[in-house]
Design a protein around this ligand. Structure first.
Ligand code: CA
Length: 503
């Protein structure tokens, strides 16, 4: 029997595939993440089952959907008595560790379990000098979060028992809002970044959820998001920089020429002639700060890959780079996630495992975050427990897949009209060609968010003919057979995983 492989799972927070150069958008360079894809495999259709942090992490850890693991919103912590993939790997002979973002709840009942070593950020964590909870003890660690998470990961690898295989979850905080780059990277990306063609979307031909969401770069970005401060005496007049309320949204006044925005680090003052100019400024500032935080992650990935090379571990280690969900980078005018629209639904996923994966392959099959746990256990040669709902895709990784792969992804977002983003609840299904979304518009045990399911709507997108998802063809005569087929697929999937439809 061959030696059990090591598993190194590197996950960022809110990293859209568009901001990884091997995915081809051309807005930045990530040579180290690309190296994983070039020496292994890139997945173009990996999807999240609920496009927000906490539920995605729960699905990854437990291999179950959120209505089963109970972590359906940002306010539903994990019950750490649940079985998870780390527990199974540990029982199967692995040394296990998690370093970095946890975000599955705080306190004893939801701290990490199944890990021989854990050092995690409480809540969202801080970019600079973060507090960490290390094996139950609070420690303040000086430095930049991405560097610290990398250092601690490498330190753990160094101290581990080399006679056993390892499972390490290295979870970066970056590039999560509020996008604070390392000071040495603050001047990267001087040239303007291309604006997506849907930046000025009018949200016509879509369910009303799109127009109602408060995730617009133009209207909903805060001072803190963009590293700006207000002049003293209010947002529009005055000279001296102060930080009155950094989480306040930057205003978009009728007379934009009165607006003064000040860089919180350099003191540089920005003025605007038109609101169009202001909204383009916000876009550039957002994207550049976001990409600068990713620059540090890419360097970190390089350091860890070098460590594997230097210690002769590369061949027998399955290395993965992914993100807990995708993110809008100006498409439809948005930042943030939550929606089943492609930019936030798709997770980047690249994997390298020289002993099993042929170099430079691209996988077009549909896989989901719920499948990760089963895949790790399969790669480790361990039994996949029957409670896990995901399916191992090891056969896609090693090219032995001969059955008909299901190619179906199910998404459900529960936090109807949450206070900050006003995103509507929905569920739906995607196969390789079509996407069906049901906006059932009802809250889920969230105080003050239950608005009663008014104005329910359906959307169908033809992902081949309309990759930007601008035309809901649900009511089009020529798509009625597709609608019926997709509804049947949705019903079948919901029955299979035991989720309750809304009527
Ligand atoms: Ca996230």
């Amino acid at each position: 029997m061959s030696k059990q492989p090591n598993i190194l799972f590197i996950m960022a927070d809110d990293h859209a595939s568009k901001a990884i150069s091997c995915y081809g958008a051309g807005i930045n360079q990530t040579p180290n993440i690309d190296r994983i894809a070039n020496e292994g495999m890139r997945f173009d259709h990996c999807y999240v089952t609920n496009s927000i942090c906490t539920p995605s992490r729960a699905a990854i850890l437990t291999g179950t959907y959120n209505h089963v693991n109970g972590v359906s919103t940002l306010d539903t912590p994990i019950d750490n008595r649940l079985p998870n993939v780390a527990k199974h790997l540990r029982t199967g002979g692995y040394q296990t560790a998690i370093v970095g973002k946890w975000h599955l709840g705080e306190g004893k009942a939801s701290e990490p379990t199944g890990f021989d070593y854990w050092s995690v950020l409480p809540g969202q964590g801080d970019y600079f000098d973060p507090l960490m909870i290390e094996m139950g003890q609070e420690v303040e660690v000086p430095g930049y979060a991405t560097d610290i998470i990398t250092d601690k990961s490498i330190e753990w690898l160094d101290k581990r028992d080399p006679s056993k295989p390892f499972f390490l979850m290295c979870h970066h905080k970056a590039p999560h809002r509020e996008w604070e780059p390392h000071p040495k990277n603050r001047s990267l990306y001087q040239d303007d970044i291309d604006i997506p063609e849907t930046f000025d979307d009018d949200y016509k031909n879509r369910a009303k959820a799109a127009a109602e969401a408060k995730m617009r770069i133009k209207d909903d970005m805060t001072y803190a998001d963009l590293g700006l401060v207000q002049p003293e005496g209010g947002a529009e007049v005055g000279e001296r920089a102060t930080v009155h309320s950094p989480r306040r949204k930057i205003p978009n006044p009728r007379d934009v020429s009165k607006l003064r925005l000040i860089d919180k680090d350099t003191g540089e003052i920005f003025t605007f002639r038109t609101s169009e100019e202001l909204s383009r400024f916000k876009y550039q500032r957002y994207l550049k700060r976001y990409l600068r935080t990713i620059h540090s992650i890419d360097e970190s990935v390089g350091r860890v890959l070098d460590y594997l090379d230097e210690h002769g571990l590369a061949d027998n280690t399955l290395v993965i780079y992914t993100s807990d969900q995708g993110f809008f980078l100006g498409e439809h005018g948005w930042f943030d996630k939550r929606f089943m629209y492609e930019e936030s639904f798709q997770m980047p996923f690249v994997a390298r495992f020289p002993n099993e994966i042929e170099q430079g392959r691209v996988c077009k099959n549909v896989v989901c975050n719920v499948d990760f746990a089963a895949t790790f256990l399969d790669a480790a040669g361990l039994t996949i427990p029957s409670y896990m709902q995901g399916k191992s895709f090891r056969s896609l990784l090693n090219g032995t897949e001969t059955e008909h792969w299901p190619d179906i992804a199910y998404h459900r977002y529960w936090m109807h009209r949450d206070r900050d983003h006003n995103a509507y609840s929905h569920y739906g299904i995607r196969n390789q060609r079509y996407k069906l979304i049901y906006w059932y518009n009802e809250g889920y045990d969230l105080p003050g968010t239950n608005h009663g399911g008014e104005d329910r709507e359906w959307e169908l997108f033809d992902c081949e003919k309309d990759p930007l998802e601008l035309f809901n063809v649900y009511a089009n005569t020529e798509y009625q057979q597709v609608v019926a087929d997709m509804k049947s697929l949705l019903n079948k999937k919901m029955a299979e995983i035991g989720d309750e439809p809304e009527h």
